[in-house]
Design a binder for this molecule. Structure first.
Ligand SMILES: NC(=O)c1ccc[n+]([C@@H]2O[C@H](COP(=O)([O-])OP(=O)(O)OC[C@H]3O[C@@H](n4cnc5c(N)ncnc54)[C@H](OP(=O)(O)O)[C@@H]3O)[C@@H](O)[C@H]2O)c1
Length: 252
């Protein structure tokens, strides 16, 4: 196992709207970044842009979230590109099929489960072992407020995020004694490709840049849970407080 690279991070799912903005914040702050994405051409474009704008190390490395057997090799390739084990990992990869379509077609549900949850666990467990071995590191898992309560409008996607949130809680407990932080990110609404075409209330919606700054601050300050816009914490507290007998009649 190679020694840790100082100030470095792996961004998994680097072509995501939020991830691009977040990679730019890390690069601006002097971190070397390893960008993992399945679209190699676009990933290389993003890495090149970061190198031009910030002058540091930015490496594009192929990452397929649902190819679980490739994840150890991906982390090794990242360590080679960064000149040592990455200081941190942030998992952005995610997919959200339309709920009604996923009810009719299990392959759509399965893809959400594979990418949002199983891929996250596979990659994060492999990274956690490396962090534990050197007793250092930070992990950010981009989950969702949709995982806080199952709703008929998106419960299959929401359940993948709920699982991710519980996973992050347990991992945080496990890694605490090793000096490794685990931050759960609940972005609320963010204006990205995932939400393109949805009628999001502007007052409740963050830009990818706002999300990126909040995620950067949260993970480097080793916070447990980060909401991008503060009031989402209270919105979800209220939604979660509605009794089940009433909630099921609300058609949310
Ligand atoms: N936008 C929101 O309002 C919102 C709210 C809460 C949580 N989130 C979460 O935030 C994260 C980032 O999403 P975003 O809003 O930035 O949306 P996005 O732009 O659609 O990003 C999704 C990312 O996941 C990648 N991805 C999908 N399947 C993959 C696979 N099999 N292997 C590797 N990468 C894969 C996509 O890659 P390609 O470019 O190749 O498709 C893309 O980079 C997601 O986990 C999402 O669930 C978003």
């Amino acid at each position: 196992m190679s020694a840790a690279a100082p100030r470095s991070v792996i961004i998994a799912g680097a072509t995501s709207g939020m991830a691009r903005a977040c990679a730019a914040v890390f690069a601006r702050e002097g971190y070397a970044v390893a960008l993992g994405a399945r679209n190699d051409e676009e990933n290389e474009r993003i890495a090149n842009d970061l190198r031009v704008r910030y002058g540091g190390t930015a490496a594009a490395i192929h990452f397929e979230a649902a190819d679980f057997d490739s994840h150890e090799g991906f982390l090794t390739a990242c360590a080679e590109a960064l000149g040592g084990e990455a200081g941190g990992l942030i998992y952005f990869a995610g997919t959200m099929a339309e709920q009604r379509a996923a009810e009719q077609d299990f392959t759509l549900a399965r893809t959400m489960i594979d990418v949002n949850y199983t891929g996250c666990v596979s990659l994060t467990e492999a990274f956690a072992r490396r962090c534990e071995a050197r007793q250092a590191g930070f992990i950010g898992l981009v989950s969702s407020a949709a995982g806080d309560r199952g709703k008929q409008s998106n419960y299959i996607y929401g359940s993948t995020k709920g699982a991710m949130t519980v996973y992050a809680q347990g991992l945080r407990n496990r890694l605490f004694k090793s000096g490794v932080s685990v931050t759960t990110v609940k972005p609320g609404f963010v204006d990205t490709a995932m939400t393109f075409g949805m009628k999001l209330p502007p007052a409740l919606t963050a830009s990818p840049e706002q999300a990126a700054e909040a995620i950067f601050r949260g993970v480097v300050r080793r916070r447990d849970v980060v909401y991008v816009l503060w009031f989402w914490r209270y919105i979800m507290l209220i939604i979660c407080a509605i009794p089940e007998w009433q909630f099921k009649k609300m058609g949310m």
